[in-house]
Every structure is written in C-alpha cells, then in structure tokens.
Design a protein around this ligand. Structure first.
Ligand code: TXA
Ligand code: MG
Length: 350
C-alpha cells in the first residue's frame, strides 16, 4: 500500500489536506495523526472493520482496547451509559487535553473497538490537527498510539513513518508532539476514580477536581510487578528498545560511578553500550554512546524526549543500555512508569 504523507501546519492545519485524510476515514481507511500526547493511528470508531485493520497494522493483540477520540462532550454522552458526575467535572477541568476517561459503553461503539469490553476509553484531544480531523470526518476516531505494538510510542512523524509506512493509507505530519507521553487514563467505572496509566494530568490535579483518586495497584512499580494492571495495554512488555535496558538508581555521584563501571565492563566485553544521561551529566561518562534526554531541571523536556531517546538507542544498535533515574515532582511518575516498563523493571540500586 502506498502511504500518503500529508505535511500540515500543526497550529493552523490546511483544510484541503485535512479533507483528504477525513475522506480516507469516512471510507473505512486508516490515518495517523498528531495529538498533544503522541501520534495516534486513527480509524472510524463505529466501523468494526476499521478497528480490525488498526490491530492488523500495529500487530496489536485484539483484546487490547482502543481509545475513542471525540471533539465535543456530547459525543461522550452519545456513546456511554450511567455516566457518573465525575465525568462532567473532569472533562470541564481537563478537556480538551491529555486525559482519557473509561466509562460504561452503550451499543454505539462496537466491541471490536473496545477489545470485547463493555467499557470504552474516551478522549477529547486539544491538538488542532486532531480536532480538525475529527470534525471534518464527522467520525469519532478510534486511535491507539501509532507505533508497531511493543515499540516506543511515536512523538514525531518520522517515528510513525518508520513503523507504519506502507501499512496505512496516510500519515499527517504535524511535526513533533508537545507532551511526548500518552494520556492519563482515569477509570470512572469503579467506586473511586482510579488512574490506570499515569500521564501529564497527575493525581494531585485530578484530586483537586474530584477529591479522592486511587492508583491501580497493578501499575505501582517494582514492588507490584506481579499485580495485574486493569488496562490491558499496561500488561504487555512495552516501549522496549532492542538492547537490554537497566535503570541505575541512587544518589547522583554513585549512579554516575556505577554506570561508568558497568559501561566499562560492557565495552571490555565487546558490547555496544548506550547511556541515557542529562545535559548536566552527559560529560561525566567515559565509555559507550551517551544520549542526553534533556535538562535535569526541566521535567517536561525529559518527558518529551523519552520515547525518541529509546528509539535512538535502537538506531545506534545499543546492546546494553544504562539509564539514570528521573523521578521528577510532577510528571515523574509517568516518566518512570514508561522507563520501568522499557527496562522490564530491571533496577540497580546503588
Ligand atoms: O495519549 C494517548 O492516549 C494516545 C493518543 C493517540 O490519544 N493513545 C494511546 O492509545 O496511548 P493506546 O492504545 O496506545 O493506549 C490505550 C490504553 C491501553 O493501555 C488500553 O489497554 C487502555 O488504554 N484501554 C483502552 N480502553 C480501555 C478500557 N475500556 N478499559 C481499560 N483500559 C482501556
Ligand atoms: Mg500504545
């Protein structure tokens, strides 16, 4: 299949190009498009054939449900039942934006889109391209992240082209995304709103709107690796670079010393070593290829660069990768959730 690349102005997307993509969606085809979090691989959410094609293009297990992207709150009401009051409160506060709500579904969205579940994930993105595409197509758009299943989520059009060129009808290139980590998923089908996947909208921000919020024990990290996460997608090994990634955790000086020791051992064993460091620390390593994830004082920059850095480790052919830890105050939970998954929870404490 020939994949059309449609380059658009991300802030003011050209309507002729959006119409080309919208027509593809109306006809059951697939279009990758930028959102403020990561690129999505979209199809008409009401068309079970389009959902099946999304799973096929990504190589994704069909029990892993898709997120339905909307451009108006009334569409949430249209596809759900028994909406709790928190839905309105949270969407007033954070939509359009990087938050996905899990609610009970009615019959509008087919089970092919929801991986067989009776609940549906819904998000109203803020990115002008995503909005224009949903509006112009007249479709609610089912979209997972536009990566091959198991690869880091795409934060640039080049990542999507790498994974999906030739497999889908079109890719809208709107440049790099803003946030770089997928949306916060909040389950509203439990007694207390529960975070199933951490993201830019953190627990404190949610609690300031709805009071108590829980975190799915299945995603809490190293101590809980044996608890099954509720979001099917959080159960799979994910975001993994091809090399063996380990996180080194502890005081800065000790971390740097340990990574230097491990990198030297790796180099001596003839391995291609990659190191994930920051602007402040990148000059302190003596072996391996060092890639900076950004400035230590700018946690949003670290979030923005994480998936790109993991992909670059593949490009340089890193066989073993050592990363510093990035437990920053606001988006740090989301960063470490992705990094720990990429490392299959291998952490070296120093
Ligand atoms: O930021 C994002 O959310 C991006 C952009 C494109 O919107 N999308 C995204 O989709 O990350 P995806 O498919 O890569 O991740 C969706 C996650 C998966 O972990 C899936 O299992 C979970 O949402 N999910 C979807 N529907 C669900 C449901 N009904 N119940 C529980 N988890 C659900
Ligand atoms: Mg994904």
């Amino acid at each position: 299949m020939n994949t059309q690349i449609l380059k658009v102005d991300p802030k003011h997307p050209e309507i002729e190009k959006i119409r080309i993509a919208a027509d593809i969606l109306k006809n059951g085809g697939l279009v990758a498009f930028p959102t403020e979090t990561v690129y999505g691989l979209g199809g008409n959410a009401e068309d079970s054939g389009a959902s099946k094609a999304i799973y096929a293009a990504k190589g994704r297990p069909s029990d892993n449900p898709l997120i339905v992207h909307i451009c108006d709150y009334s569409q949430l009401e249209h596809i759900s039942k028994n909406l709790p009051p928190e839905a309105k409160k949270l969407s007033d506060a954070f939509w359009p934006g990087p938050m996905t709500l899990i609610v009970n579904k009615n019959e509008v969205i087919p089970h092919e889109t929801t991986g067989g579940l009776d609940t549906v994930a819904v998000r109203f993105p803020s990115h002008p391209v995503a909005n224009a595409l949903i509006r112009e197509s007249g479709c609610m758009i089912a979209a997972p992240s536009a990566n091959t299943s198991g690869r880091p989520s795409p934060t640039k059009a080049e990542h999507v082209i790498h994974d999906l060129n030739g497999k889908i009808d079109a890719i809208i290139d709107g440049g790099p995304v803003q946030i770089g980590l997928e949306s916060t998923i909040v389950d509203l089908t439990e007694e207390v709103p529960t975070i199933l996947r951490p993201g830019y909208i953190n627990k404190q921000m949610l609690e300031s709107v709805v009071g108590e919020v829980k975190v799915d024990p299945g995603i809490l990290g190293t101590e809980n690796v044996h608890v099954r996460p509720k979001a099917p997608g959080m159960r799979y090994k994910h975001y993994a670079p091809k090399g063996d990634l380990k996180i080194v955790s502890g005081e800065d000086d000790k971390v740097i010393a340990k990574i230097n020791e491990l990198a030297r051992e790796g180099a001596e064993a003839g391995k291609k070593v990659g190191i994930i460091a920051t602007e402040e620390t990148k000059g302190l390593y003596h072996n391996g290829t060092v890639i900076s994830i950004g400035d230590r004082t700018d946690e949003y920059q670290i979030a923005h660069n994480l998936f790109d850095v993991l992909r670059r480790m593949d490009e340089i052919g890193a066989e073993v990768i050592y990363s510093e830890e990035f437990s920053t105050p606001k988006i740090g939970n989301a960063i470490m959730n992705r990094l720990l998954k990429a490392a299959a929870h291998q952490v070296i404490e120093v």
